[in-house]
Design a binder for this molecule. Structure first.
Ligand code: TXA
Ligand code: MG
Length: 343
């Protein structure tokens, strides 16, 4: 059966979110927008409903989900204790693209935490997401909307084929604002550990006078059996079917030369920054945009687009690993299965 489609791109009234909210209450799945990426939502406190998310995505059951809330009272129901640093982060960044890991209360079912004693919580700033949570009157567990291992959904057109029929409703509000998933953090001994980089950066948190540590595995390779702070690190992610190579140098011209060399005589699709795109004599070129904000917004949809060319390889220009660039490079390194040339 096809999913029911709600077009929220034109001015719609929030009343239209009442039907999908009812579906959430009944234990069904709803695809909805957030400011970062689209999510596949279910009532976070309903085990049977949350199980359906894992089935729809084909996701490993030990990879926990984020519970999305619309107000602070919901947080208090789900977590044991909100520490001083967490309170500061909440005041500064919620609602917004920051997920915080807390010690969970018993009420949170093991299925959403993958058996961990912690739960990841986020209050999205996207108003459709917040209204949906509010009308559903429960926290909504939601992973990024994509089949496990594939690029996250930032446009409904990109994911409708793989998810149609697997959810009761699809709420389409067009292109998302940020394009990479939320920053995931956990506070340990007054230090904020970044488990997944996103729009809220190390620098943003340090500006508040808080110490920040970036988990090493963010840019490196995960080795089988290694202890991880965030289970998501272990899994294949964001990968197109075509082989991808990421190329980066602080010296822009060097990077361009290396890409020209690599693409010679091969059937290539290139993802290039706007400021470089004219330099390449390559037939299939996709423009990532100019700023880190634009690149972040476009990256997942372009990885999917590039895959459609059936090329031998997709070559991708890297960006500096700072600020939002760290989040972009974290996704790209994994999309390329660590095939990363840095010169
Ligand atoms: O922007 C986002 O965060 C999007 C939108 C829909 O809100 N959601 C999202 O969810 O990206 P997902 O499931 O694709 O990624 C959740 C990440 C995974 O890397 C997971 O391992 C980590 O958060 N995570 C969840 N619960 C955790 C926990 N208790 N401890 C450590 N990491 C956790
Ligand atoms: Mg995901």
């Amino acid at each position: 059966m096809k999913s029911k489609y709600i077009d929220f791109k034109q001015n719609k009234t929030y009343e239209e979110l009442k039907a999908p909210a009812e579906a959430i209450k009944e234990g069904k799945l709803v695809l909805f927008p957030t400011e970062t990426v689209y999510g596949i939502g279910a009532d976070a406190l309903n085990e049977t409903a949350v199980k359906k998310i894992y089935v729809a995505k084909g996701r490993a059951s030990d990879n926990p989900l984020i519970a999305h809330i619309s107000n602070i009272e919901m947080l208090e129901k789900l977590v044991e204790n909100v520490g001083k640093i967490e309170k500061k982060l909440i005041e500064k960044f919620w609602p917004g693209p920051l997920t915080i890991v807390f010690k969970k209360k018993k009420i949170v079912p093991d299925i959403i935490t993958g058996g961990l004693d912690t739960v990841a919580i986020r209050m999205p700033s996207n108003i459709i997401a917040r209204k949906l949570i509010q009308y559903s009157n429960c926290p909504i567990a939601a992973p990024s909307a994509n089949i496990s291992g594939k690029p996250s959904g930032t446009l409904v057109e990109d994911i409708i084929e793989e998810l149609d029929g697997k959810v009761e409703y699809i709420i389409d509000s067009g292109k998302v604002e940020i394009g990479v998933e939320s920053t995931v953090v956990r506070v340990v001994d007054n230090v904020v550990h970044i488990l997944r980089p996103g729009k809220i950066t190390k620098e943003d948190i340090e500006k508040m006078g808080i110490k920040v540590y970036i988990e090493k595995q963010i840019l490196g390779e995960y080795k089988e059996g290694e202890k991880v702070m965030s289970p998501g690190i272990k899994y294949k992610h964001y990968a197109p079917n075509t082989k991808c190579i990421l190329v980066y140098s602080k010296d822009n011209e060097k990077m361009v030369e290396e890409i020209k060399r690599l693409s010679k005589g091969r059937n290539v699709v290139l993802l290039s920054k706007n400021q470089n795109i004219e330099k390449y004599n390559i037939q299939n070129k996709l423009n990532m945009g100019e700023t880190l904000e634009e690149i972040s917004q476009n990256i997942f949809t372009l990885l999917r687009k590039a895959d459609k060319y059936n090329a031998d390889i997709i070559i991708i220009e890297g960006v500096e690993k700072e600020g939002l660039g760290l989040a972009i490079m974290n996704r790209l390194i994994r999309a390329c299965a660590h095939e990363f040339i840095e010169i």
